[in-house]
Design a protein around this ligand. Sequence first.
Ligand code: G6P
Length: 369
Amino acid sequence: EQIEKGGYEHFMLKEIFEQTSSIHDTIRGRVSPQNKEVFLGGINDVIPKLVNARRILIIGCGTSWHAGMVGEYLFEEFARIPVEVEYASEFRYRNPVIFEDDIVLAISQSGETADTLAAIKLAKEAGATVLGICNVVGSSIPRETDAGVYTHAGPEIGVASTKAFTAQVTVLTMMAMLVGYRKGTLEKEEYHKLIEEFSHLPEKIAKILEKDQDIKELSKRYIESTNALYLGRGFLFPVALEGALKLKEISYIHAEGYPAAEMKHGPIALIDEHMPVFVAATKDKSYEKIVSNIQEVKARKGHVIAIVTEGDTVIADMADYVIEIPETLEALAPLLTVVPFQLISYYIAVLRGCNVDQPRNLAKSVTVE
Ligand code: G6P
């Protein structure tokens, strides 16, 4: 097992660090900066269906559901297709409305999650086209779906999903870009800018990982916390959800992810000097708004730890701690901002003495409903 961990103390840390190469593996052969094209062989035949889709239903559980949430923003932004993101367990039991021309996109790391599999069967019975985004080659979900794209993140052993999430978001981004470009809703110039930026993601993730020891130091301050709040807006709202899930899964600290502007409808009541508030606050079109949200937290003595774009001095002056990450395009920001959140959860959990690779009560693959 020590050999498998490749010198890392835990699989989770190894998998967080593998994201420089796993993202590369996910895009390899699919995104070509030379030809400035995205090519997804597994779904090539269904691209016309996607281009003409009236609606996409994205289905998943846990972290895969969070990736699906990012997918919603991506497909709406690039391809102007309405998207609904569904928890597989809710979808399958509530007599959902499924049209024959719906595209159902099932996301699953393991490819074995019982609820997701059952939701797929339901969608197939209703005559929808069912696509999969899975990591484990030859698992049940890829066998049940009409077509799909493998994430190629490599085996993920840690129960808390890390590199599989970034691989899922990478595939969703490629799909949404491709469909949007073919449909004409994503301008050629923008499409090419995204393709170019894709090739820089691995080196940008590597730069974030260089801050590993700083993040470990920072994490020490929060090992006694009992609650934490995670905030984000737009593309970074699902990242806030994922950040909170990571923390609760492995450290057993209660954490909630919220769209930053919703804070005033409830969670703001919880904020006091004991509450760490982790904010994904990189420069994008809602930057000014997230700055106001940070001020609201500070006014109530909350402790703000913000993920910001390199060189941001405005938030640095306000927050208790900032983690700078390299600049990227707004739609690609989830792939970078999630990495510091993964590390924070990892270190808080390790410092609390938790079994990060096998947290209590959780399983890597949930094959029962
Ligand atoms: C379990 C795992 C999570 C995972 C979820 C969905 O809860 O612990 O890490 O996100 O199942 O699994 P899937 O394999 O379908 O992505």
